[in-house]
Design a protein around this ligand. Structure first.
Ligand code: MTE
Length: 317
């Protein structure tokens, strides 16, 4: 699948008016990413000042820690779930071209000693950006391997100092129906919101994603900043975040509010618990023929199983 799109490549620079777009140049500068930095060496984009190029996965040779090759930039940016723009995965990229991601702020508030509102540039400068190659497994039983850039969510949370009453973290996507036509659909309780238990949020695997393939995050993938929690189904990885709130109670989430029997709060990837309408025991890796067996916690069991000791994961799905 990766190579079949070659004629239809869409680059963030092509689909996005310049003034709307946190350019790759700004991203690299703000993030302090040198083109030759060790973290991004293998996918090092062209030297600063050159025009933006689409990275070629065939030559990147990048894999996740299980040896799975990363998906192509084309796949990652043309097959998206982002209901604010479209419910059709192939329409999200063209529908999101005019989305404004600059200026952008993220408010971190609630049960914290030091609430703070960060400009996106400050987040990029303040927290060292690193590459994390993670699998993303969607509840619809497809998956991809994505070379993200980002920083640990824990780094941001530690800075605002959660109080001892803070038990959960709630995330909220921007509400801007004039730019996001899907938000005019009254069937969904906008804005999109998601949540994690605080110990889940503090796990080192949970990151705030600001880029992929060494480029600023494309609109369709949740620019300018999103969550990535790779051991959970993709719907937990909320996009285009403007607010992070520490709470004492489990927050409501968009999908569990609409269909609680299908989408639970925990949403851990679990091949042993079926979605009410289909099995979760296997998945289709985009770009591959056939199916793969789905791994418990999406293959991150060693790093996260301790979080759920003593919990019945069939009840807490
Ligand atoms: N975040 C928002 N705000 N809106 C959405 O519709 N979809 C979720 C998640 N985050 C979604 C969202 C789902 S179902 C998935 S599978 C992932 O985003 C997909 O991320 P990707 O398009 O970058 O692969």
């Amino acid at each position: 699948m990766g190579t079949t799109y070659k004629s239809a490549r869409i680059k963030p620079s092509e689909i996005t008016p310049k003034h709307h777009y946190l350019s790759r140049r700004d991203f690299i500068k703000a993030a302090g990413l040198a083109a030759g930095s060790a973290l991004l060496a293998a996918c090092a984009p062209k030297a600063e000042g050159s025009s933006m190029s689409t990275p070629d996965p065939a030559t990147s040779g990048k894999t996740d820690e299980l040896g799975n090759p990363v998906n192509s930039f084309e796949d990652i940016t043309n097959y998206n779930n982002y209901y604010e723009f479209s419910t059709d995965k192939r329409s999200v990229a063209p529908e999101s071209t005019g989305f404004t991601t600059h200026p952008w702020t993220v408010e971190v508030t609630g049960l914290v000693n030091k609430p703070k509102t960060y400009a996106i540039e400050d987040l990029l400068k303040r927290f060292p950006q690193e590459e994390r190659i993670y699998r993303l497994r969607c509840v619809e039983a497809w998956s991809m391997v994505i070379p993200w850039t980002g920083f640990p969510l824990a780094s941001l949370l530690n800075e605002v100092e959660p109080t001892s009453n803070a038990k959960y973290v709630r995330f909220e996507t921007v509400y801007r129906p004039e730019e996001m036509p899907g938000q005019k659909n009254p069937l969904y309780p906008w804005p999109y919101q998601e949540g994690l238990r605080i110990d889940e949020a503090m796990n080192d695997l949970a990151i705030l994603g600001t880029g992929l393939y060494g480029e600023a995050l494309p609109m369709q993938d949740g620019a300018p900043i999103r969550i990535i929690v790779p051991w959970k189904y993709g719907f937990k990885s909320i996009k285009s975040i403007v607010k992070i709130e520490l709470t004492g109670e489990e927050p409501s989430t968009l999908w569990s509010a609409i269909q609680p029997n299908e989408y639970g709060f925990y949403a851990n990837v679990n091949p042993n618990v079926d979605h009410p309408r289909w099995s979760q025991s296997s998945e289709r890796r985009i770009g591959e023929l056939g199916r793969r067996a789905t791994l418990m916690f999406n293959g991150y069991e060693e790093q996260v199983a301790y979080l759920y000791k003593g919990m019945d994961l069939a009840k807490n799905y």
